[in-house]
Design a protein around this ligand. Structure first.
Ligand code: AMP
Length: 637
């Protein structure tokens, strides 16, 4: 049989007979009550997987393993920031999750109600997620790097009954206080939560508390003792969580995930893509605030009976060998990281890759942004480990394009996340006609619905937005749009070429340019602003802002422009968090627009990357582009 034939058959079956295919995969998880149907697709594009089936994510991730692997480490926690380390066995994890679930019940959090988790990388964040899943509450983890305004928008959209946080995180040896941001977010929000539960790590001695609203986790934990909370058996289609992601509008979208489909998709991916074995360890270097953290720090490895390594700290502290030290210590067999993180390590002495015994490691998976060949080669050769580039989105929850070594080993090409994954009917489409393009021609990466299990079931509270955002790119065809350009070569390998919309990818994380523009516009002296993503050697892309000041500001006045730049950066830090801070803020007198008043973002971006600005026939005032050029040519003040 030729290479790839097995994989091809596996894939084709998933597309031609999705119900039979997914029924088989569904056997990988525990069903308390069998599903009535594999798929209800009576209301396209809404796919309801395994309706009538009752299951629970927490049961599948924790309880189910107690008999066989109660003493095995479930969660290996390491913080090089605080020095705290602990291996939680499945039994201990079960006990902690039960305590947390009892606290939720004590605070009257009910099934279907939302809990926002705004926490650093500490074990309690995992307990909180699993406890929500246990009782059927819907968690929404908000990345700790987001600031109060971002948190407030998410609070108002999710309307949580409870917010769980910590006094502080730690980064590079310095505390990063969370609680003041929570207080400010609760003040800004129209629908603040009734309670805020705080894990006090003792990092912020001056932490203020709001009487009645703020509760101490340690006190609550001792009050519930060794309580046992029965698992709530949810319908497979009930929501498990909301995770906000950026789009082309300022308002973040709450990606809503179901329960049964997600559990099945993750269980299947652990076997066919990640090839982890129960009892082994997986180390995913993401953050619980991102989708990779949800799927492959928490749910995926645990559902699969693996040990998950959770790490708080930088990849280069105490030294750039820390990750490999953890691989050695926990005998990690599967690792998942991002190209940006590897590029950070690449700046360090390559000797660090050789200091530890990483022979347990079978594969390093990288995702989140395009993986360049030098980075892939450097790490693959340095560790003598194969690298698997995989492509997906917050929306899908698990890979869309990837090699699938668990089905069949196939040769990999640098720069390509290989092939469409089983379940995804991927097509590259002409942006105007929606017709599939031939190999070698660029097209929008689309997925013909129904989307497979595990993908978003809708946008939280907004079914219409789900349809209009993702399924309305083509008038005559209902296809899910990824908003990424892709190209396929003659051998069927896919390559991702970047976004088709106004979203930028900073260190593997999506940021909407509109969201950053809205934050900048709140500055009293900003009349107009344009934010574009500009190529960056380390982070892939960084936001760069061009602002028109309200006051008469001479773009050549370095001191005044420098002051405005700092103020604008501070504004973004305060509103959205440092993750969204523009790398540069340039003052200009005018922004390039079309005659109908639309910003020519692509031309601005092209200039900022030193490329040709492209078709300018619709440009209203040619001097605007000259101003952008001049601003870019000026040295930082
Ligand atoms: P997020 O939803 O924040 O995980 O971002 C998803 C986006 O990141 C995708 O739409 C792509 O633009 C980009 N992306 C993710 N993985 C890859 C990859 N392996 N290669 C190229 N781009 C990627």
């Amino acid at each position: 049989m030729t290479t790839g034939a097995l994989l091809k058959r596996f894939y084709e079956r998933s597309i031609e007979s999705p119900e039979a295919f997914w029924e088989e995969q569904a056997a990988l998880i525990h069903w308390e009550h069998p599903f009535e149907r594999v798929l209800d697709y009576s209301k396209p594009p809404f796919a309801r997987w395994f309706p009538g089936g009752r299951t629970n994510l927490c049961h599948n991730a924790v309880d189910r393993h107690l008999a066989e692997r109660g003493e095995q480490t479930a969660l290996a926690y390491v913080s090089t920031e605080t020095g705290f380390e602990h291996n939680y066995s499945y039994r201990e994890l079960h006990a902690e999750v039960n305590r947390f679930a009892a606290i939720l019940q004590r605070l009257h959090v009910r099934r279907g109600e939302r809990v926002i988790i705004y926490m650093p990388m500490i074990p309690e964040a995992v307990f909180a997620m699993l406890a929500c899943a246990r009782i059927g509450a819907v968690h929404s983890v908000v990345f700790g790097g987001f600031a109060s305004h971002s948190l407030a928008t998410r609070i108002d959209d999710a309307r949580p009954a409870l917010l769980v946080t910590a006094d502080a995180g730690m980064r590079g040896g310095k505390p990063v206080c969370y609680k003041p941001l929570v207080d400010e977010a609760c003040r800004l929000a129209k629908h603040p939560p009734q309670h805020v539960l705080i894990v006090n790590r003792g990092l912020d001695p001056s932490m203020a508390r709001v009487p009645k609203r703020d509760l101490d986790y340690a006190e609550q934990r001792s009050a519930v003792g060794d309580a046992q909370v029965p698992v709530a058996w949810l319908d497979a289609t009930e929501p498990s969580y909301i995770l906000y992601t950026s789009g082309t509008t300022g308002k973040p979208k709450g990606v809503q995930r179901d329960t049964g489909g997600y559990a099945v998709a993750l269980a299947a991916s652990m076997r066919h893509i990640f090839c982890g074995n129960p009892g082994e360890a997986m180390f995913t270097t993401s953050d619980i605030g991102w989708v990779v953290g949800h799927s492959y720090i928490v749910y995926g490895p645990l559902i699969h009976g693996m040990t998950t390594v959770m790490y708080e700290g930088l990849p280069i502290r105490p030294d750039p060998g820390i990750w490999w030290q953890l691989v050695e210590r926990h005998r990690v067999s599967v690792m998942f990281s991002s190209p940006t993180a590897i590029r950070v390590l690449k700046k360090q002495d390559p000797e660090y890759l050789k200091r530890h015994d990483v022979s347990s490691l079978r594969t390093l998976f990288l995702a989140g942004e395009p993986l360049d060949e030098p980075t892939a080669r450097w790490i693959s050769d340095g560790l003598s480990v194969p690298v698997v580039d995989n492509y997906w989105q917050t929306e899908t929850g698990w890979p869309i394009l990837s090699a699938m070594p668990g089905v069949e080993e196939t040769p990999r090409k640098f720069g390509s996340p290989s092939f469409p994954v089983y379940g995804y009917n991927v097509q590259l489409l002409d942006e105007n006609t929606g017709v599939p393009v031939p190999p070698g021609q660029k097209g929008v990466l689309g997925i013909v619905p129904p989307l497979p299990p595990g993908c978003l079931s809708t946008i939280w509270g907004d079914d219409a937005r789900f349809v209009s955002t993702y399924f309305s790119l083509f008038r005559n065809r209902m296809v899910y749009s990824s908003f990424d350009w892709g190209i396929r070569d003659e051998d069927g390998y896919y390559f991702i070429l970047g976004r088709t919309d106004d979203v930028i990818n900073v260190a593997g994380h999506r940021l909407g340019t509109r969201e950053i523009e809205e934050a900048i516009s709140s500055h009293a002296n900003v009349a107009e602003v344009a934010v574009v993503g500009v190529e960056d050697a380390l982070k892939g892309q960084v936001p760069v802002a061009f602002v028109v000041a309200k006051s008469a500001l001479d773009p050549a006045d370095a001191a005044a422009c420098g002051a405005l730049e700092r103020e604008v950066m501070d504004t973004v830090d305060r509103k959205l968090g440092p993750i969204a801070r523009p790398a540069r803020v340039h003052a200009v007198g005018l922004l390039p627009k079309t005659r109908s008043g639309k910003l020519l973002r692509r031309s601005i971006q092209a200039l900022a990357e030193g490329r040709d600005p492209g078709d300018l026939t619709t440009l209203d005032d040619a001097t605007a582009l000259e101003q952008i050029r001049a601003a870019l040519a000026r040295r930082p003040g």
